[in-house]
Design a protein around this ligand. Structure first.
Ligand code: KG4
Ligand code: ZN
Length: 334
C-alpha cells in the first residue's frame, strides 16, 4: 500500500507543474513550466496572466510528466492537486484538471495544502525525525511550523505583513533590479559589507512571528533620502545590510523554537531557502548540534509538483480524499 503512484499537479502561483511520485519519496518525473518571463515586464506576478498561462500549459505539462515517468493513466493510484492557498484563478486550473483526470480514470482525488507541499519536499531528501521544525520562506509565505508527528502541522509563527521573499523582491525593485530580485540581492550581498544599520523586527518577547515591512520601508526610505542628499550607497552594501537583517531574525527565531520544542530535525524550504547566506547561517547554527538540518536542493524548494506528491502520500495513507465539489481556496488554512 505504500508504493502507490501519484500524479501531482501544482498551479497555485506562476509555475505550471506536474510530477509522478511513487511511495511518497521516489520522484519518477518532475516537470515545471515557469512563467517568470511573462510576468517580469510587470515587475511581479499578474494573476489573470498566470491563469491564462496555466490553461495553455496544463495539458502538455501533465503529458510530459507521465511520459518522463514512463507511466500511463492506468498505472496511477491517485491524483493530487494543490487546493490552496494561492491565486484562486490559478488554483482552479490545476484543481479542474485533477478532477477531470480523477473522474475519467476512476481515481481518488487528494487535495494538498501548498505549505504542506513545501514542507514535505524534505521527505524527498530523507525520512523525517519527529518532533521537527520547518521554516517555510517563499514569495508568499514566512512560517515556522512544528511537526509533532507525520502530517501534523502546527503553525507557531508567521509573518504579520510581508513574506521574506516579497521583501527581497520589493527591495530589489528599489535598487532597479529585475523580478524576482531575491537571487540578485543574494549575489550582490556576497560582494558587499553590512555597514548600513537596518532594523530587525524581533516583536514581543517569545514571539515566533515575523515582520518585514518595516525593514523594507527602511531600505526604500534610506535610498530615497540618500538620493535627495546626494549621498551614495553601493548596491552591494545595501543588499548585504538588508540581507543580514532578514537572515538574523530567521535563523535566531528558528534556533530558539528548535530549542524550546526540543526538535530532532530542522527543515528549511520555499524559494528563499535558495539563499546562500541563509543556508550558510543555518549550517553554522546547527552543524555541531544534535539537530539534523535538511535543506532540499533548489529545484525542490521553489514551487514544484514533486513536493505536492510527497505531501499527498500522507493523505493517501490516511485515506483523506476530496469529492467532486473540491474548489481552489485562496486562504486555505494549514
Ligand atoms: O517558493 P517560491 O518559488 O514561490 C512562492 O511560493 O512564493 O519563492 C519565490 C521567492 C521570490 O520572492 C524570490 O525572490 C525568492 O523566492 N528567492 C530568493 C532567492 N531565490 C529565490 N530570495 C533570496 N535569495 C535567493 N537566492
Ligand atoms: Zn510556494
Amino acid at each position: 500500500k505504500d508504493d502507490e503512484i501519484i500524479l501531482a499537479i501544482e498551479t497555485s502561483c506562476d509555475e505550471t507543474a506536474a510530477a509522478v511520485i511513487q511511495g511518497g519519496s521516489s520522484i519518477l518525473s518532475n516537470v515545471v513550466a515557469s512563467q517568470i518571463e511573462s510576468h517580469q515586464r510587470f515587475g511581479g506576478v499578474v494573476p489573470e496572466l498566470a491563469s491564462r498561462h496555466h490553461t495553455e500549459n496544463i495539458t502538455w505539462v501533465v503529458e510530459e510528466a507521465l511520459t518522463d515517468a514512463g507511466v500511463i493513466f492506468a498505472d496511477l493510484d491517485a491524483v493530487a492537486v494543490t487546493a490552496g492557498p494561492g491565486l484562486v484563478g490559478a488554483l482552479l486550473v490545476g484543481v479542474n484538471a485533477a478532477k477531470a483526470i480523477a473522474f475519467a480514470h476512476g481515481l481518488p482525488l487528494l487535495p494538498v495544502h501548498h505549505i504542506a507541499g513545501h514542507i514535505q519536499a524534505a521527505r524527498l531528501e530523507r525520512p523525517w525525525h519527529y518532533p521537527a521544525l520547518a521554516l517555510v520562506v517563499s514569495g508568499g509565505h514566512t512560517e515556522l511550523v512544528l511537526l509533532k508527528d507525520e502530517g501534523e502541522y502546527e503553525v507557531i509563527g508567521q509573518t504579520r505583513d510581508d513574506a521574506a521573499g516579497e521583501a527581497y523582491d520589493k527591495v530589489a525593485r528599489s535598487l532597479n533590479l529585475s523580478y524576482p530580485g531575491g537571487p540578485q540581492i543574494d549575489k550582490l550581498a556576497r560582494e558587499g559589507e553590512t555597514i548600513i544599520p537596518f532594523p530587525i523586527a524581533w516583536l514581543e518577547e517569545g514571539s515566533y512571528d515575523f515582520s518585514f515591512s518595516g525593514l523594507k520601508s527602511a531600505v526604500i526610505n534610506k535610498l530615497h533620502n540618500a538620493k535627495q542628499k546626494g549621498e551614495v550607497f553601493r548596491k552591494e552594501d545595501v543588499a548585504a545590510s538588508f540581507q543580514r537583517s532578514v537572515i538574523e531574525v530567521l535563523t535566531e527565531k528558528t534556533k530558539r523554537a528548535a530549542a524550546q520544542y526540543g526538535v530532532k530535525q530542522v527543515v528549511v524550504v520555499g524559494g528563499v531557502a535558495a539563499n546562500k547566506g541563509l543556508r550558510q547561517s543555518m549550517k553554522d547554527i546547527f552543524s555541531n548540534t544534535e539537530v539534523e538540518l535538511t535543506i532540499p536542493p533548489l529545484a525542490l524548494c521553489t514551487d514544484n509538483a514533486a513536493m505536492i506528491g510527497a505531501a499527498a502520500h500522507i493523505q493517501w495513507k490516511k485515506n483523506i480524499q476530496a469529492d467532486w465539489n473540491l474548489n481552489g481556496k485562496a486562504d486555505l488554512a494549514l
